[in-house]
Design a protein around this ligand. Sequence first.
Ligand SMILES: *[C@@H]1O[C@H](CO)[C@@H](O)[C@H](O)[C@H]1NC(C)=O
Ligand SMILES: *[C@@H]1O[C@H](CO)[C@@H](O)[C@H](O)[C@H]1NC(C)=O
Length: 341
Amino acid sequence: MGNRSFCSIRFAIFLSISLSASSSSPTILPFNSPSPSSIPKATPSDLLSLLGPPTQSSKINPLISKQLSSCLKFLVPFTPSKPKTPKYNSECYIKQRSLRLHSNSVISVERSKSEENELIWWPPEPVLELARLAFDSGGDPASIHRALDPTVLPVPDVEGCKVNRCELTRTPYGRRFINEELNSYLEFLFELIVARGPSVGFNVSLNRYDLFHGHVFIAWETGRLGILFHAREYPAYDKEVFPYNMGYCQKGSTITYDDSMNLRNILLLLPLPSNSTKAWVAPGVLVVLDARPDGIIYRDLIPEYVNIARTIYEDDLGELVVDVNYLNVGDTVPDYKIFIC
Ligand SMILES: *[C@@H]1O[C@H](CO)[C@@H](O)[C@H](O)[C@H]1NC(C)=O
Ligand SMILES: *[C@@H]1O[C@H](CO)[C@@H](O)[C@H](O)[C@H]1NC(C)=O
């Protein structure tokens, strides 16, 4: 799986922003406060540690820890309401929480809020197995690639991409996990972000300009498996508020560039395996990373050349494994499908 288009997307954004920066008024460029060397700088690893077990989070500089915490908007409470006990591993409990669907729509499955929370804290067994594989392999992406069905599925037209010459995905084809429960889990994640977004003041939609993809990564230092979702991918060009040309995929966008861009990076971390036993040392996490311009995430974790786009990059968090796309391939009736590229 090459990352050619990933590079070109990153480069295209860089290029268009640097070009515009030299010709447009600087008024929309965020202020750059002086950062004396005495102010410690947060790193992506600090962010991941803060969301890790106490053995990791306790090691962070307290000031950084406090400032990072103020920029975290949890979609699922950080601390599970009850600890993971052996009963959660029982066959019966897993069956009860199985994502295998009776109908073909995830939304139609009735689940309580606490059941949804549980699915993030302690996902179904096949998801935990994947997290364990990534960890045990020492962070080797191939450990996840092997769980994919080799069948390639051409990515069909998505909401009028073709007519606009927009290539939405890294490759023109995608794959799926062999285990259907893994695919269902990915669908669940996208749906949950949309359902819970408003609870943190973030209205997000599943379409090709807003939320349609996430980047699966294995965290550099810990081997923890995660997904960095990017919402608000293609804001509409606007002479005043967003004078940036992002290419074919931006055409037709109705996404208004506004403060909600601050919330476009959404992080999922799967539970962290123990390195000595079969146990888990941290539950799963689902959190919106608030990149408001006066916060530490904006200051330290957003590369300067994408300040405007508020993009956190997956390869700053870990090694990229695959992209997951949740695309509306329906014609008149919406029909969402997972494509792993
Ligand atoms: C989100 O959408 C709802 C319903 O359309 C609206 O009432 C609410 O004000 C919106 N929230 C934000 C933060 O835009
Ligand atoms: C296992 O994890 C502990 C605590 O996170 C760490 O101190 C230790 O170095 C790790 N051991 C190995 C072999 O990685």
